[in-house]
Structure formats: structure tokens, C-alpha cells
Design a protein around this ligand. Structure first.
Ligand code: HAM
Length: 434
């Protein structure tokens, strides 16, 4: 017997049906926002990730050399793939392009609650617009799809920040190694305060600078009022442009009724290297689980991939944390797969079964039949297990008189009907299914 690999999952039919239901609710919301579905290969060249995804992702790659001697990797995230497509097909596209996709991804992480080695990740991205309205659309879509799944503001918190704000703030403190600081801030929630301070000292920051950074990172609060407060403390042309766009995002999210979902939180910086502006994460309010969403603006990736300047903003949401959060709130669907009709047989009636199957399936019913040579009572038990609404019994003896028996499984009520009439117009006999 083989075990499945750690950090991977098998989905039996009912489990798969539940996941499909959740995904179709998500797709419905996203399509209402005008996004179109795309797909890309599960394998890509290793270099696609080494350019700008960051060390953490590189360490987790499922990478291998193929038979042609190329370094290949299973995709650990979708963003580099969609940007690759965008750059190579830019001429045939109209902008803004609003794309979504729910790929399977692979990361060699330590499996833990909400973090697996193989998972689905919803991605939505808007390409071609620098306007904060693109950021607003993306964040609103994230909130709306969670609301449509049954969450509300008491369950989730959208923590928004801006990397440019952090960069300006650090420059004001005379700190130029922005990326080194960013990496440490990204780890802050997972390490102790002492370790955090020591890491900052390790990259030559002094105590005053560290104190200022702490104050800045803790200035979390209502999105719009925090931005107002920042605009009073930080001046300068660069800063005021960033504040202006954040203000627009905050104002519009309030107008859409999302004020209580969003918080301004400068400690959000995101681990991936390619983000250039607004960044955000979605967490459960009680902070029981890891981040549910992560995303932001990444305006330079298309150029880094050899294309033109194509600004971009989007997010990724994994299905693992989503399932944990939905189960905690009792809104993960319990699905039971079922068929409409099961055909049970007595004696040698194979040709009649084939005709009945063709007719029923041709009329759009979900139909199954016995291929195990079970006796009638075991066939009925199996039909019950399949959740069939109807049982059609085709028996050698009844057929001699041209009849078959139709049983409604729940009530047990039975009628004898003409086989020929039934297969010429099955819908008129199967009212319960229709
Ligand atoms: P990320 O923060 O690496 O961003 O992942 C986004 C989300 O994917 C996480 O918040 C989590 O829900 C899920 N996720 C990540 N790793 C795992 C894992 N090992 N197991 C289960 N779920 C996981 C990105 O991937 C960016 N490319 C998102 C993006 C799209 N940014 C712009 N567009």
C-alpha cells in the first residue's frame, strides 16, 4: 500500500463536490467584477522564479532537470506565469486586462495548518492600469467574494499598507538598505521582539532608528484616519502622492460599505520581492490561522521579464486556510453526490438496458446501472447509497409483457409502465427529477 505524499490531499467525490461548490461561488463573484478566466502550464522554466519571486519561494521550489537538460519547476505561484504570458502576448491584448485563475500550486514547505505542499490558489489580477481604482477593484473583489461565501466584518480583516510609504519612511530615518529591513519586518509576526531587534541591529540600524520603526509599525488603525494622520506627519512630494492614492482607496472602500473590513497596517510588507506599492493581506479576526490572502501592486515585473511597462495589481488566496475558516464558521458545504436513476436488472436484459441508458442519458439524466451482477436487493441497496431518486427495474419476465417497473426510492411507490413508452419519452415519467 502506498501513502500519499505529505502536504498533499485526496478528494473523494463528496469532498470534491463541496470544493467545486465553493469555487463556483468564488468564480461567480469574480466574473461579476468583469474578470475572465485564464490558465497556464503547471511547469515553467526555473529562471521565471529566480528573477524576482524572492529567496523564500526559491528554497521551496519543486525543481528538476528535464531530459533536455533544462531546469524546470512546478509552479509555486501564478504571478510570474501570467506576467510571462502578458509580455509575450501584449500586442494582441486590450488593457486593462482583468484575469483570474484557480491553479494548483506546489511549494516544498513544512506542512502545517493552512500550509500544504500542494494547494489551489485563486489569483486575480488587473494589468495595464496604475490608477488606484484598479487597487480598489481588487480589494473590493476580495471582500465581496468572502461575503458571498458567508463571512462578514466580524470574521475577517483586510490589512493594507504601501511599500513606498515604508521606503520613504526609512529614507527619512537615513536608512537606505530598504530591502534588508523589509525582509526582517516581514518576519516580525513570527519571531520574538528581541529577535526582531537583534536582526535590525545585525543590519547596522541604531536604537533610535529601531524605536522609530517600532512606532511606525504599530501605527495601525482605521484606514482613512490613519492616512489622514500620516499626511500630517510626513511631507514631501513623493509621500504626498502615495498618501493621495491611499486616501482614494480608503475613501472608495468606505463608499462601498467596506470601512469595517479594512485597516491600515504598516507592518504588512509581504515576502515576495516584486511588490512595488500598495500591499495587503487578509486574516481571520481572531488570528487563529495563517494569512488567507496576500497581494498588492507589482508595476515592474513585466519590464523585468523583457516586456513593456505594464502596471499590475492582484492577489492570491489559498483554498487551505479558506476551508479551515469556513469550517470554523460552519459554512463549508456538506455535499452529497447523487444520480437521478439507477437501472436494476433481473435476468438477461442487457440490450434493453443499453437502449434505456441511451434514451435516459440523451434526455440529460444522470444514470447508472448494475455492472456487478448483484442480486436485486443488493442492487437496490447500492442505488440507495448512490442517492438515486428513481430505480428502474428491467426484468426478463416483465419484459415478456412489454413492461418495466419504476420505483421512487424515497417513498417506495412503484408503477409498472410500458418499456417502449418509457424509453421513447422518459421525462414524462420522471417528475421527481425534473
Ligand atoms: P503568497 O502570499 O505567497 O502570494 O500566497 C497567497 C496565499 O496563498 C496565502 O495567503 C495563502 O492563502 C496561500 N498559500 C501560500 N502558500 C501556501 C501553502 N504552502 N499552502 C496553502 N496555501 C498557501 C502569492 O502567491 C502571490 N503570487 C499572490 C499575488 C497574485 N500577488 C499578486 N497577484
Amino acid at each position: 500500500m502506498f501513502e500519499r505524499l505529505r502536504g498533499t490531499r485526496d478528494f473523494l467525490p463528496n469532498e470534491m463536490a463541496a470544493r467545486k461548490k465553493v469555487f463556483s461561488s468564488i468564480k461567480k463573484t469574480i466574473e461579476e467584477f468583469g474578470f475572465f478566466e485564464t490558465d497556464t502550464p503547471a511547469i515553467e522554466l526555473f529562471e521565471l522564479y529566480s528573477i524576482k519571486s524572492g529567496e523564500e519561494i526559491i528554497e521551496e521550489l519543486y525543481a528538476f532537470e528535464d531530459k533536455g537538460g533544462r531546469m524546470i519547476s512546478l509552479r509555486p505561484e501564478l504571478t510570474p506565469s501570467v506576467v510571462r504570458v502578458l509580455v509575450s502576448r501584449a500586442k494582441e491584448l486590450s488593457f486593462p486586462a482583468k484575469w483570474y485563475s484557480i491553479p494548483r500550486l506546489w511549494r516544498y514547505e513544512r506542512p502545517q495548518s493552512g500550509r500544504l505542499r500542494e494547494f489551489y490558489q485563486l489569483n486575480i489580477d488587473i494589468f495595464g492600469s496604475e490608477d488606484p481604482r484598479a487597487d480598489i477593484e481588487v480589494i473590493s473583489c476580495a471582500i465581496k467574494l468572502l461575503c458571498d461565501l458567508g463571512f462578514d466584518e466580524s470574521d475577517i480583516e483586510v490589512r493594507i499598507s504601501d511599500r513606498r510609504m515604508l521606503q520613504e519612511f526609512l529614507l527619512n530615518l537615513g536608512i537606505e538598505n530598504y530591502f534588508d529591513v523589509l525582509k526582517i519586518i516581514d518576519k516580525r509576526e513570527k519571531i520574538s521582539e528581541k529577535d526582531f531587534n537583534e536582526m535590525l541591529i545585525g543590519i547596522n540600524l541604531n536604537n533610535d532608528q529601531i524605536k522609530e520603526i517600532e512606532i511606525f509599525l504599530n501605527s495601525k488603525g482605521n484606514f482613512l484616519s490613519s492616512i489622514d494622520a500620516l499626511s500630517k506627519s510626513y511631507k514631501g512630494e513623493g509621500v504626498s502622492r502615495i498618501i493621495e492614492s491611499l486616501k482614494k482607496i480608503a475613501q472608495d472602500l468606505n463608499d462601498r460599505g467596506y470601512e469595517n473590513f479594512v485597516t491600515f497596517d504598516p507592518s504588512i510588507v509581504r515576502g515576495l520581492d516584486y511588490y512595488t506599492g500598495m500591499v495587503f493581506e487578509v486574516h481571520d479576526r481572531k488570528r487563529e490561522f495563517r494569512a488567507l490572502f496576500g497581494g498588492g501592486r507589482y508595476d515592474n515585473l513585466a519590464e523585468l521579464f523583457g516586456g513593456e511597462h505594464i502596471p499590475a495589481v492582484g492577489f492570491g488566496m489559498g483554498d487551505a486556510v479558506l476551508e479551515l475558516m469556513m469550517r470554523r464558521k460552519n459554512i463549508w458545504p456538506e455535499e452529497k453526490v447523487q444520480i437521478d436513476i439507477f437501472i436494476a436488472t433481473i435476468g438477461n436484459v442487457e440490450r434493453e438496458v443499453t437502449k434505456a441508458l441511451t434514451s435516459l442519458r440523451g434526455s440529460g439524466f444522470k444514470v447508472d446501472f448494475d455492472i456487478m451482477n448483484r442480486n436485486l436487493s443488493n442492487q437496490i441497496k447500492f442505488a440507495d447509497k448512490l442517492g438515486a431518486n428513481y430505480l428502474l427495474i428491467i426484468g426478463e419476465r416483465d419484459l415478456k409483457e412489454g413492461n418495466v417497473t419504476l420505483r421512487e426510492l424515497k417513498s417506495g411507490s412503484e408503477t409498472k409502465i410500458s418499456y417502449n413508452k418509457f424509453i421513447s419519452s422518459p421525462s414524462s415519467h420522471l417528475t421527481k427529477v425534473l
